[in-house]
Design a protein around this ligand. Structure first.
Ligand code: ADP
Length: 678
């Protein structure tokens, strides 16, 4: 066994690898970009080295820099984690050339499985069932359209270099094929530098079931059972579990054998995952699944396998890379209970899951029996636009599926994220959904149930706004800043008033009314504030009864808990975050003397702004073009997906302020549409 390892990654997976490496006595070496100088993985490792600016291409993807650091710090091995360089055959080779052990399969196996078309051809030869379709070399649109027709709609266009659901488009009708192909190719080029695609039959009611495989360098290969990752959004996993609901010993044997065959066909060594798609219209069948691809690395969702097997997969990876033989045989492996993982993301389910960046003003992650949390960020840290906005993985293990789901549900209920928006309420709704509880979901479940899962724009929460406003008024008062009162924030009356304690400040008897303007993420609104002999009362728009939401400051948690138990208030700078049932509402007091210059602009309604930091990958109109309301104007790509920008109204594009290919920042004005003159 070697004695030191460099972790060529960041976030939760870097932390997770470092923990095991330390436990088995290895010296750990972290690398980090300028954006991650204060990140947990940097503190956790025995040493850490800066490798470049924030952009991944200049840091975590710089194979040369990483190898240079590995040599200088005398790292014996490199663990690539997942993503970044983990499935890069050239990187694996460069490590070998530098005399460093790459913790992963041989470069030849990465290559064999790297492109989906070649992988399908390879495993098909080994007798593993593959999805029908076209995975040959020809790429002319006419030819591919013909192949799609022959395969039979609906089909899936997949980037052969694809991963993470990028470059993938489902097409239901021949007339939509060309546009979908162009869009898949554009995304594939931008994400992988390779526009080539394959065509697959779209399996109806598909379930995604994958097998964890492991092979050593001594000819042993086995599987560590399956994971069901059918809860997906846009082909990306949201919740994963092991074992798969409805799995039978017979199907498991067939799938396990196919997975091990696929691994053997590629000359595999180390941890890998063979992904299958199963027909989910009835019970699982030994002849009802097809190979999709093999991921030649550790998966994000490996903890559910660890939970049900009691094994540490990273330890196995390290030992196999160090030349040790697998310590167990297939027959030694048993499934213990059930485990489920939810991916906690900084994103806004109510705004098409747009990544949400910013400082984590509060972060309370759950704990409890059977609960494991793998996170790579800490309270006070930043979710930056440079990387995947995952906050943590929350994993629950139980004796039964029900118990695991109950534990996960409770864990999600006690999770608090303030600052960036997050998907915790959405995850909880999913875990509690009846169909999921019954184990009856396919990969389309989320998309079909966005509304019931709370993943569509919701109206502002009046209770949360009132709670936030009360907390802000209290903070203002605590700051003892009478000037705010005099300046009219509390109306035109010059009260020096103590609504929160004694009544000593009362200057006038009777009931007073004043209007407090506040700003939330949904815009500006006015709150009615009343004072009478009972103290203050608030009425937010949409509330039926006046309230004074009391909140108890919890010093150890550094937040205020609402008296009625409905949520918490977290203080941010200049605003508060109210979190009720996992949903965040930010509230700020508006100075009525502050004039919003933007709204004086007159045509603010016709401005088309970038919803996020990203790259303008397509600009489909030019100055002077006439556009219809809802017409596609441009496409911004960020982190994981493309976002379509559409015309807010019918009119003429009166200015275009950005160029295709350009990086754009959140809120940047990209163009203006001027309404047609009557
Ligand atoms: P990626 O490498 O981008 O993750 P995969 O090939 O692993 O792409 O597919 C990702 C997901 O897309 C699968 O989990 C499944 O939900 C869906 N999918 C893939 N192929 C098919 C298919 N032929 N029919 C239906 N759904 C599919």
């Amino acid at each position: 066994m070697f004695s030191s390892v460099l972790i060529a990654n960041r976030g939760e997976i870097a932390c997770r690898v470092i923990r095991t490496a330390k436990r088995i006595g290895l010296r750990t070496i972290a690398v980090y970009s300028a954006a991650d100088a204060g990140a947990p993985h940097v503190h956790l490792a025995d040493e850490a080295h800066l490798i470049g600016p924030p952009a991944a291409v200049e840091s975590y993807l710089r194979a040369d820099k990483i190898i240079e650091v590995a040599l200088a710090s005398q790292a014996a091995a490199i663990h690539p984690g997942y993503g970044f360089l983990s499935e890069n055959a050239e990187f694996a080779e460069a490590c070998a050339q530098a005399g460093i052990i790459f913790i992963g399969p041989p470069a030849s196996a990465i290559r064999a499985m790297g492109l989906k078309d070649a992988a399908k051809a390879l495993v098909e030869k080994a007798g593993v069932p593959v999805v029908p379709g076209y995975h040959g070399a020809r790429q002319e649109p006419d030819f591919l359209r013909q192949k799609a027709y022959e395969t039979g709609y609906p089909v899936l266009i997949k980037a052969i270099a694809g991963g993470g659901g990028k470059g993938m488009r489902r097409v239901d009708r021949q007339q939509d094929f060309d546009a979908a192909l162009a869009s898949a190719q554009r995304e594939a080029t931008s994400a992988f530098g390779d526009p080539r695609v394959l065509i697959e039959k779209y399996i109806s009611s598909p379930r995604h079931i994958e097998m964890q495989v492991f092979a050593d360098a001594h000819g042993h290969a086995l599987h560590l059972f399956e994971r069901d990752c059918s809860l997906q959004r846009r082909h990306q996993k949201v919740i994963e579990e092991a074992p798969a609901p409805g799995m039978t010993p017979e199907v498991r044997r067939a799938m396990g054998d196919a997975a091990v065959e696929a691994a053997r066909a590629a000359g595999y060594v180390g941890a890998g995952t063979v992904e299958f798609i199963a027909d989910g219209r009835g019970a699982l069948r030994p002849d009802g699944f097809y190979f999709m691809e093999m991921n030649t690395r550790l998966q994000v969702e490996h903890p559910v396998t660890e939970a049900i097997t009691g094994l540490d997969l990273v330890e196995w990876q390290l030992r196999v890379a160090g030349g040790e033989a697998l310590a167990l045989d297939q027959e030694d492996l048993l499934v213990d209970g059930h485990a489920v993982e939810a991916r906690l993301y900084a994103e806004d389910p109510e705004r098409s899951f747009l990544p949400s960046t910013g400082r984590l003003v509060a972060l309370k992650l759950p704990s409890g029996e059977g609960v494991r949390v793998d996170s790579g960020v800490a309270e006070g840290g930043e979710v930056t636009p440079f990387y995947d906005p995952m906050i943590a993985k929350i994993i629950a293990h139980g004796g039964s599926r029900d118990q695991a789901l109950e534990r996960l549900s409770a864990a999600l209920a006690s999770t608090i994220v303030a600052g960036p928006k997050c998907n915790v309420a959405f995850l909880k709704a999913l875990v509690d959904a009846e169909e999921f509880r019954e184990g009856a979901v396919d990969t389309g479940f989320i998309e079909r149930n966005l509304e019931t899962l709370g993943a569509t724009p919701q109206p502002a929460d009046p209770q949360a706004i009132a709670a936030g406003a009360a907390q802000l008024l209290r903070m203002d008062y605590e700051k003892a800043n009478p000037s705010l009162l005099v300046r009219g924030r509390l109306g035109s009356h010059e009260w020096l008033y103590d609504p929160w304690g004694s009544r000593k400040g009362f200057e006038l008897a009777g009931r007073r009314h004043t209007v407090v303007p506040v700003e939330t993420e949904t815009g500006k609104t006015n709150i009615d504030l009343f004072f009478d002999d009972d103290g203050p009362h608030l009425l937010a728009p949409g509330q039926r009864e006046e309230t004074w939401p009391d909140a108890e400051w919890n010093a150890s948690l550094r937040l205020a808990e609402l008296g009625d138990g409905s949520g918490v208030v977290v203080r941010g700078s200049g605003k508060v975050f109210v979190i009720c049932k996992g949903r965040q509402t930010s509230v700020a007091l508006v100075d009525p003397l502050d004039v919003d210059l933007e709204h004086l602009d007159g045509d603010a309604g016709g401005q088309v702004k970038s919803p996020m930091h990203g790259k303008l990958v397509a600009l489909l109109v030019g100055k002077g073009d006439e556009v219809a309301k809802g017409q596609l104007l441009a496409v911004v790509e960020a982190m994981k997906m493309e976002h379509a920008l559409t015309a807010p109204m019918a009119g003429v594009v009166s200015e275009v302020l950005a160029r295709e290919g350009e990086q754009v920042s959140e809120g940047a004005r990209l163009m203006t549409v001027t309404p047609e003159q009557e």
